[in-house]
Design a protein around this ligand. Structure first.
Ligand code: SF4
Length: 331
């Protein structure tokens, strides 16, 4: 990741980001694959905008830095809007990025406001990327909605990263190929700048674990561990083995992130026969990014990279810890 020329992908490993959380927990806390039984997700306790911007100003005064990563599991849109307005009211010149849900409150107007306040990039879970599976996962949005949000951020000049998932119980080969076709279209439309496929992992703190019977999966014996029991192995009798898809999915997205293979039939990324995608080739429409949008994106990319166009190998992460009266930075 540190060597990637993709500006969105480089955010994790380059530059110095001051880490702040807008809220404890997730305001949605319903996704079936997530650890929603844990306090860290289930108990939603947001700060207010005045407090958050006060933290930012204190951190800037103490460190001289002005780049922030809001590390929320899912930043609440109303709070982000309030923080953005306060940043603008206070005249702060900052840059920031965060994780969001691709949900309906992220309108074009909100995306514009966030961009004006310094938002460089957003990340979010598109997960299995078919409508049936988004509903089963209880993500609270469908593909059309997620596409609208990504388009809104793209038009505001904000970079977008998607977390993708494969191997959820009941997922078919057809659905996996359809998900890849959607991802191809999103990259081709410049609504998506980077993405990564994760294989579904079943954890004991997730609703999916408790709904194992309904999902038709069988929990297997957990190997002994000296630490904690979190992820558990499972079998899906009669289900499709997701393992063979891993290489093709990753190869495709790696190329898409570098602008390659965006017109190719997505079946060509796999070394074995897979179904023809059923998703309409024009599902993601209106990809005409205006020249103003393209300029804004280019500016954001340069700012996000912040280090010139050549990839560099560097990893420097600082944590800013609030001790009740001031911030301490870790080296
Ligand atoms: S996956 Fe993200 S949005 Fe869903 S409950 Fe977990 S933290 Fe919230």
């Amino acid at each position: 990741m540190a060597e990637s020329p993709n500006p969105m992908h480089r955010l994790w490993s380059e530059r110095r980001w001051l880490k702040l959380a807008l809220a404890h927990g997730c305001y949605w806390h319903r996704c079936t694959f997530c650890d929603t039984c844990l306090d860290t997700i289930a108990r939603f306790d947001p700060a207010d905008a005045k407090t958050v911007v006060g933290w930012m100003e204190a951190a800037m005064a103490q460190t001289g830095e002005r780049s922030f990563h809001f590390v929320d599991e899912a930043a609440p849109p109303a709070l982000l809007a309030a923080v953005a307005r306060r940043i603008l009211d206070r005249g702060l010149e900052v840059e920031w990025w965060t994780n969001i849900r691709f949900e309906r409150h992220f309108t074009p107007a909100l995306a514009d406001l966030l961009a004006r306040s310094g938002c460089l990039a957003v990340t979010g879970g598109l997960e299995c990327a078919t409508d049936r599976l988004l509903a089963l996962l209880r993500k609270g949005f469908d593909l059309a909605q997620a596409t609208r949000v990504m388009a809104a951020f793209a038009r505001a000049g904000v970079l977008v990263h998607a977390y993708l998932m494969y191997g959820y119980p009941t997922q078919t080969a057809q659905e996996t190929v359809d998900a890849l076709e959607l991802v191809r279209q999103l990259f081709a439309a410049s609504f998506l700048d980077s993405a990564y496929w994760h294989r579904f992992a079943l954890t004991v703190h997730s609703p999916a674990f408790r709904a194992a019977d309904q999902l038709g999966i069988r929990i297997l014996e957990t190997p002994p561990t000296a630490f904690a029991r979190n992820e558990v192995p499972f079998g899906e009798p009669g289900g499709e083995d997701p393992a063979p898809f891993a290489a093709g999915l990753r190869r495709a997205v790696y190329n898409f992130m570098h602008g390659e293979g965006l017109r190719a039939d997505v079946r060509s990324w796999f070394e074995f026969p897979v179904p023809r995608p059923k998703l309409a080739r024009g599902f993601v429409r209106a990809p005409q990014i205006t020249s103003a949008t393209a300029t804004a994106k280019a500016r954001t990319s340069a700012s996000a990279a912040g280090l010139g166009s050549q990839p560099r190998i560097r990893c420097r992460v600082s944590m800013l810890v609030w001790n009740g009266s001031s911030f301490n930075t870790t080296p």
